[in-house]
Design a protein around this ligand. Structure first.
Ligand SMILES: *Cc1c(COP(=O)(O)O)cnc(C)c1O
Length: 232
């Protein structure tokens, strides 16, 4: 069933890319496996899915340990507290949720201890909703300038979450403003910053995200089904 879901999803991604004149290799599918079992992750992996996203440090750590034999690339997409960075620092391939300088400093410090450079995205708050994390758009350039000076952190782009709404079109403004911000940051020409990725779009709005320039879509429900716990 998981294999079938992934196949359908890849087809939808491909069709959306075609529709808006993009190449489907430009859009990476991150399978969001939070709350789902090792067995389901293995099923997805067998179906050719390599990149997985998790939201909780402890859960990611356990899954990473259990599945160490597989060549999975783990993405951390949830809210990250500085004091938890040490548990991820030696293996996580991309952290999508850097939204303050302290967190960036901690990531750079821990990455240095493991002799690696940690790839990160800066999470931007593009909606009016009060509950979300992320840096404000108008503070993003300033934050990125400061983060760019950290030696063991590499900024690869931006991430956002659309508004809570059933209508995917409600996410369009949010995604468009992230894309505009990316261009603005590119125009600043900040040393060591490459705005390569836009991580945006989930099960209900990934097609709109692709139309607005997403290079990574983070999808859980359409692959694994509904989560019992509605954790965010
Ligand atoms: C849970 C989650 C997703 C996936 O959401 P679905 O609606 O299940 O596709 C994507 N991004 C983040 C940050 C999440 O927390």
């Amino acid at each position: 069933m998981i294999a079938e879901n992934i196949k359908i999803l890849r087809k939808r991604i491909e069709q959306t890319c075609q529709k808006c004149g993009r190449k489907d290799e430009e859009v990476r599918l991150i399978a969001v496996s939070k709350t789902f079992s090792l067995g389901l992750i293995e099923e997805a992996f067998e179906a050719g899915q390599i990149e997985f996203g998790e939201n909780y440090v402890q859960e990611l750590q356990e899954k990473h340990t259990e599945l160490a034999a597989k060549n999975i690339q783990w993405h951390f997409i949830g809210h990250l507290q500085s004091n938890k960075v040490k548990y991820l620092a030696d293996y996580v391939s991309l952290i999508h949720s850097v939204d303050n300088l302290n967190l960036g400093r901690e990531i750079s410090k821990r990455a240095e201890q493991h002799n690696r450079i940690q790839d990160v995205l800066v999470e931007v708050h593009t909606t009016d909703e009060a509950t979300k994390f992320g840096v404000r758009p108008e503070q993003t350039v300033g934050l990125i300038k400061e983060l760019s000076l950290l030696t063991h952190l590499r900024i690869c782009g931006l991430m956002t979450m659309g508004p809570f709404s059933d209508n995917p079109n409600d996410s369009r403004n949010s995604f468009r403003s992230l894309c505009d911000l990316k261009k603005q940051i590119e125009a600043e020409g900040i040393l060591n910053v490459r705005m390569q990725h836009l991580s945006m779009g989930m099960t209900h709005d990934f097609e709109v995200a692709i139309e607005e320039g997403a290079t990574m879509v983070r999808i859980g429900t359409a692959i694994f089904g509904r989560r019992l716990k509605n954790l965010n």
